[in-house]
Design a protein around this ligand. Structure first.
Ligand code: 6GU
Length: 230
């Protein structure tokens, strides 16, 4: 999978050099490139923002640098199946595990990190005429810019790319796969600070373990996230 990130803080994405995703990049499973939006400006101050038409607080990111940056990363690509531009925004559709799975099947993802009050809406409109564009929100709260949200999205999507997670079974036995939260996990020692591991897990009865775990998933989901049960 090819991933391009455009940001005014390219150094922010050094986190992608480490851990599981860093290893996946070394192995060639993920091809990640980070671009500085200011490289696509032409004035002495490398200006990326301006005041909003219609008034209001804050600044809006100018369309010209974004247009040039997207021209650069998209080249002559114009296949909505092969390329998705992701615009992180608290006004976007919610990011979910299902959406992460969808994005993991797209060969080329482009993440546009907005700052201030967002990017001139015509950038979305224009890019939509060439490739798929999705405005996506991490959740119902406001971040200062798209960088943290994009990092979270890349981690959630990247680990679903085949080969990135060593044991593919660990991808099915986790929260939000199958619509439930995951069951609680335990390891040695069997007794710790007066707390014992649930005996069913040590009995070796695989059927009993599976139904105990399913029961735990249901109980936890009912208690913490009843909205998931519909
Ligand atoms: Cl994707 N961006 C920003 N700036 N704030 C957010 C968000 C995204 N998702 C939730 N809050």
């Amino acid at each position: 999978m090819r991933i391009d990130i455009v940001s005014i803080f390219p150094e922010f994405f050094s986190v992608l050099d480490i851990s599981l995703l860093g290893k996946a990049r070394q192995q060639g499973l993920l091809d990640v490139a980070v671009h500085d939006l200011r490289d696509f400006t032409h004035d002495r101050h490398r200006t990326v923002d301006d005041t909003p038409y219609g008034g209001g607080a804050g600044m809006v990111m100018k369309p010209e640098p974004w247009g040039e940056a997207l021209d650069h990363v998209l080249g002559d690509e114009a296949d909505p199946e092969a390329t998705t531009v992701i615009v992180p925004s608290p006004a976007g559709t919610p990011f979910t595990q299902a959406l992460a799975r969808e994005l993991a099947a797209v060969p080329h993802l482009v993440f546009t990190c907005g700052r201030y009050e967002g990017i001139d809406q015509r950038v979305v409109e224009h890019a939509s005429s060439r490739v798929t564009v999705r405005e996506i929100s991490l959740g119902d709260y406001v971040l200062n810019g798209g960088e943290v949200a994009v990092t979270a999205m890349i981690e959630a999507v990247g680990r679903l790319v085949p080969g990135v997670v060593g044991n593919p079974e660990s991808l099915t036995e986790e929260s939000h796969e199958g619509g439930l939260l995951e069951y609680p996990s335990y390891t040695k020692p069997a007794s710790w600070r007066g707390l014992d591991v649930p005996p069913v897990l040590m009995g070796g009865n695989h059927g009993a373990i599976a139904s105990w775990r399913h029961e735990q998933q249901l109980e936890r989901t009912r208690r913490v996230r009843p909205d998931l049960l519909g």
